[in-house]
Design a protein. Structure first.
Length: 488
């Protein structure tokens, strides 16, 4: 496997080619696991590659890896060892994600996941199950806010600070997997949350939503009221479109900046420094705060180690429509989600790092195809940005499900030159890639069905799969290249 590094806004391999990654999230958020929840065996990796995937965001939890303070779960780590070995064999990269939702599952008293119970300090606030959707603990859960407060403050547990213990956890994982050719990198914390500072953020958000509904000229208030009276949910949701998003959320930017600069950035620097004490291998992924998933400006600074900018870092944004995790997701508005991602594009340019989208999607039923038009719009947007992506998420049987009709698609894998544009025209079933090559090289493209190459371009089939897909190689010389592929 080629080693992946970063070069400004691009991921590149050790042959100097620009890499675009295509994959899925595969998570284990269950509690008290002896091994990873899914059996990612040889058959899995064969199908995964055949569907055009070359990266996995492997979501694990602190609770499963260190269920007892200072004692790591040997059998669980051994199951991860097997995944890494098979990933290497089949050319699939692994992004290790330390996942959390609501900080912890609280020994089953909440629907969260993440920290083991010994690392939870709530100051007496009691966890509870959700009233509306799983995430309402962020909005109303004092136990969640207090838990994060103690984590960001590095409160001692057993004589050692919580963040210090978290750094030791990452050091252990870096020592174990840092030399694996399959390692892509480290996603240090899923969707960090500000803790008690969020109370003011949410209060300001609610007030500004009301203000914009009443006074923002971009909102058709009459249409909003009319659709509400008619119980026309789709029209009502569409009244808050992509052009309104920043107007609604920008008053939170200042509060978010305080968290990003004074708590999140120091955490990123500290955890990365701990990893770099063990290995220089692997890309460190910065995410954004949970609140930034809806277009709030992210203000964390580039990661530094001992005062110097970390050379191997990237950004992994997440975003979903407001209606995620509810039956209303069928009314998801792609323009609204693209507005969220537009703000994340601003973060990428500010940080000057490459992006692979860490999470997107939001349809809880991977067999439902009715929302595919929304998904295709987002995939086209990612292509326009030259972003790879990892879909949320794998349910165990998705590689044989209708979901592959959307996710398994023709795309560039490795481009021996500077990409100008690429994309797939679904109406005419034509994939186009334009790039400028500086010299001789080999470009790789995954093609999801039988095809015809246009313009007389030479190519060879590198891998051919049972589902009719193939990985093809195109030799490049210096100059401009235009590749067009007709998909049958």
């Amino acid at each position: 496997m080629e080693k992946i590094i970063t070069n400004k806004l691009k991921f590149v391999d050790d042959l100097g080619r620009t890499r675009i990654f295509n994959g899925m999230n595969i998570d284990d958020k269950l509690r008290d696991q002896k091994e990873f929840r899914y059996n990612l065996d040889e058959e899995f990796f064969k199908k995964y590659r055949a569907n055009g995937f070359d990266i996995i965001r492997l979501a694990v939890t602190w609770q499963n890896i260190e269920p007892e303070m200072g004692r790591y779960n040997k059998s669980y780590l051994q199951s991860l060892d097997k995944i890494f070995k098979l990933a290497e064999k089949y050319g699939v990269y692994i992004l290790l994600d330390m996942h959390q939702d609501l900080y912890s599952g609280n020994d089953g008293d909440s629907v969260g996941d993440g920290a083991p119970q010994w690392a939870v300090i709530t100051d007496g606030a009691k966890p509870r199950m959700p009233i509306f959707v799983w995430a309402d603990g962020y909005f109303f859960g004092k136990w969640v806010a207090k838990s994060f407060d103690h984590f960001w403050n590095n409160t001692e547990v057993g004589g050692v600070g919580l963040q210090d213990r978290y750094c030791e956890l990452w050091q252990m994982l870096a020592a174990r997997y840092g030399n694996s050719p399959a390692l892509f990198g480290y996603d240090l914390m899923n969707e960090p949350f500000p803790g008690s500072d969020s109370k003011m953020m949410f209060a300001r958000l609610v007030g500004n939503v009301a203000k914009n509904v009443l006074f923002n000229k971009k909102v058709n208030t009459a249409n909003l009221v009319k659709s509400a009276l008619k119980r026309d949910t789709r029209t009502m949701l569409d009244c808050i479109g992509g052009d309104v998003i920043r107007d609604v959320v920008s008053p939170i930017d200042e509060l978010e900046a305080d968290f990003d600069r004074n708590k999140y950035s120091p955490f990123l620097n500290k955890t990365t420094a701990a990893i770099r004490e063990v290995t220089d291998n692997g890309i460190v992924m910065m995410e954004q705060c949970y609140i930034c998933n809806s277009g709030v400006k992210q203000s964390a600074r580039p990661i530094t180690v001992n005062g110097k900018r970390e050379p191997m870092q990237c950004f992994g944004p997440h975003s979903y429509d407001f209606a995620v995790d509810t039956p209303l997701y069928q009314y998801a508005n792609a323009d609204r989600v693209k507005a969220f991602f537009n703000e994340m594009r601003n973060t990428q340019l500010r940080l000057e790092v490459p992006v692979v989208v860490g999470e997107w999607g939001g349809c809880s039923d991977n067999k439902d195809t009715s929302w595919f038009p929304h998904a295709f719009e987002l995939l086209d947007y990612f292509d326009e940005m030259h972003w790879g992506q990892m879909y949320w998420d794998y349910h165990g049987d998705d590689l044989d499900s209708p979901l592959m009709q959307m996710l398994s698609r023709t795309h560039p894998v490795a481009v021996a030159g500077e990409i100008k544009r690429y994309g797939y025209d679904r109406e005419y079933d034509i994939f186009t890639l334009e790039y400028t090559a500086e010299g001789e090289g080999e470009t790789l493209i995954y093609v999801h069905r039988p095809f015809e190459m246009q313009n007389g371009i030479d190519f060879k089939v590198v891998e051919e799969y049972d589902n009719g897909a193939s990985l093809i190689s195109i030799p490049s010389a210096a100059g401009d290249m235009t590749v067009q592929i007709n998909i049958k």
